[in-house]
Design a protein around this ligand. Sequence first.
Ligand code: AGP
Length: 610
Amino acid sequence: MCGIAGYVGPRNAIEVVYDQLKRLEYRGYDSAGIAFLNGGSGIKIVKKAGKLTELGKALGDDVPEAHIAIAHSRWATHGGPTDENAHPHFDQFEDIALIHNGIIENYLELRTELAKDGHVFHSETDTEVAAHIIGREFSRGVPLEEAVRVAVGKMRGAFAFVAFSRQEATKFVAARNFSPLIVGLGDGENMVASDVPALLPYTRDVIYLEDDRVATITTSGVTIQDLDGNVMETPVNHVDWDLSAAEKGGHEHFMIKEIMEQPEVVRGCLAGRIDEGGKVRLEQVFSDQVWHGIDRVNIISCGTAYHAGLMGKYLFEKMLRLPTDVFFSSEFRYSDPLLSPDSLAVFISQSGETIDSLAALRLCKQRRIRTLGIINVVGSAISRECDRTVFTQAGPEISVASTKAYTAQCLVLKLLALYIAQVREMPGVRVDEHVAELRSLAGKFESALQVSAQVKTLAEKFIDAKLAFFLGRNADAHATREGALKFKEICYIPTQECPAGEMKHGPLALIEKGTLAVFGATDPDIREKVGSNIREIQARGGFAWVITTDNDDSLDTVGDLVTKIPSTNDPYLSALLSVIPMQLFSYHLANLKGLEIDQPRNLAKSVTVE
Ligand code: AGP
């Protein structure tokens, strides 16, 4: 979503915040702007629709000297991506500049109230309304941080604000409710951003701002208060990511870097969670008593994380016989869900900031349901608000199209299932055999990545595809659904994904000569049935790309192209491995088409608006 940057200190603040915005470009945006103190002539705002380079052109080569600045890259919510709607926004007196991430639900009623008082607005945004609310409080002669605290109390919704005033030009104020804000602590300089990569070139010491907190940031320090003005002690986190971990690492795009990182991600995700004796170690999550008492699991998530949830359902029900439902977060909160008091709500989220999932989490907490997060970003809202969180330890995932995070999510689900089986002493679950398979999994991911060249040839063949089917049964149906999402979101080509056996109930009508159908066929127990479905497609002119395991040759003469991945003793892990060729296929086809890979159109890395 929107990128937020702010700096105060001895460096040229305009250069710093512009650089910070560049490091946040992956978050997706359609306009950008900067506000800075322009010597004695008050606050200057420069803002442009379009990419950051448009803003750079508007700033010109002769960048003014400034030591306080805030900057913003906007993903349009209220009002289109225009210069006027871009942030920052002035208050009614042009005393304050404000940037904002999120949505103010009650902005229209506030705008109406202000307009009655003579306020004039120059944009369609909720942000400008917020600026005027803050400006009205500030004009009463209170410090900016107090004006922000009072103003925040009048607004409903999810937001993160950063503002500074021309009267108090040695500080800026940041406020958070829902949308992420991170304060960076330097030596004689301090800063703020909406994500860590924007801070790393300047500092590794950060404060993850909590909800309902207001930070007053100067060159000499940071004070954090709650909305009543009470000073709050807040822990400082030291970020140990190398900058390279947040850069491309020599690859052309973040997406291919993150696809290729998956063997390392498997190792990182398992690290410290399997002991020498082959036992899974997750004691810090819940007590054994809790694990014994859980009678149902509700997995709540979005997009790729939802697809990981489907894999979790397959696993929990097949291995543990534990009833499991999977919900789209955006549906869950409005569906008045049936939740048993002894159920466990599991929130899967790479960013830990997805507002639909955060809102669903808060609903579950209101219902006093036990909550568990499977999250990648440490310090994120969902991870902080769940009763417990198991981090996926996948490292920063920058590309909007999620790949390594999906793998890590599915692995954490596997570890949880094994841990529950251990606690419940389930005789039918050979934990040692599963653990042995996990120990060899990173190597199998390395092998699976070797199909890249074969898959690229297929991408060349289908570069002009207008539709693609993604089909499978059981876990393969869930894995191919994830493969379809990758294809949709970076190749911009429609897909039809469904269980292979469902095709004949309608989707088969879409098959024409040359239509690509991707089949996941890694499960030996149902492979023959999938073979029949392959023939159904081929009988109507379709092209069947079959992904199966290297110990199977039954489909070698059936598929039009057969891609082999390493076999495992677990259909869950084999299906997980089958996503690698599909990730690579989408990446190569999008790259061959010359499409934007890491920031696909209309999408953002973390959806912090409803
Ligand atoms: C997947 O490639 C997309 N980036 C998107 O569907 C994503 O998985 C979804 O928005 C959920 O994000 P989260 O995991 O950060 O909550």
